[in-house]
Design a protein around this ligand. Sequence first.
Ligand SMILES: O=C(O)CCC(=O)C(=O)O
Ligand SMILES: [Fe+2]
Length: 285
Amino acid sequence: MIEVSLPSPHTGAIITGVDVNAMSEADFEVIYRTWLERNMICVRGQRLTREQFLLYSRRFGRLKPHRVKQTRDPNHPEITLMGVNKTKADGTLNPLIVRRGASWHTDSPWDQEICKATQLYGIAIPRAGGDTLFTNMYKAYDALPGRLKDRIQGVEAEFVYGGLKRQGVNLLDPEDRDLPPAVHAIARVHEETGRTSLYINPTHITRLRSMSEAESAALLEELFPYMLQPSADYRHQWQVGDIVIWDNRCSLHAATGDHPPDQDRIHWRVTIMAPGGKAARAAAE
Ligand SMILES: O=C(O)CCC(=O)C(=O)O
Ligand SMILES: [Fe+2]
């Protein structure tokens, strides 16, 4: 029987007693509802082929191949292979692979079409370290003083891959390195829950619009501490067979990046978009 346990007060849920390859609609309802309520869930103990992982992932929305082409699975472009090919041609470890995702961020805010969710399936998990941290951006918004809530109403931000530091930009093919920024409102009403969250992250944001560079930097400095206190709302310790999905519209995540780099840490990863998003409508026209 499906069971849900809550490892922290606001964020994250662990789901057991279900096989995602053969579950009832009612069980999927529990999974989907828990995910919307808790921002992140882990379904434990699964055994999936790549096709089964894709099939299950499509229940949440439309899959979009990641902008980083180098790490796509050649036979399934919607799957990104995380932690694979970590050794460079000269025999040294590639930190862009080993420490990918190791700073607080949402996924793909540099895409004008907001990314609904990311799902990871644990294939190889190191014996020590390598956790993933999550923080809840509804909670961050709720914690803002009224003065800051008023100040950010209607404010939009620009996001680029890698942010001002161009972090990890070498993972991109050259033609994808200098695309224009995406623009998103930073006080964001969630399409499905109707709740407002703070949609900013220190990794990808370059500036707030409609104000000077100095005003933008000062306001961001004021906002960042609300997102990251008291550090993480939930810390996920991986097991092989975990399927973890998080809601990118209302949470931040970070890999801890602290596992011994000679130990494998491998996940299959998909980017999930809202089913009827802009790109789907354009393609249908
Ligand atoms: O490997 C992790 O723990 C997180 C990686 C990440 O940020 C992502 O897949 O978007
Ligand atoms: Fe990420």
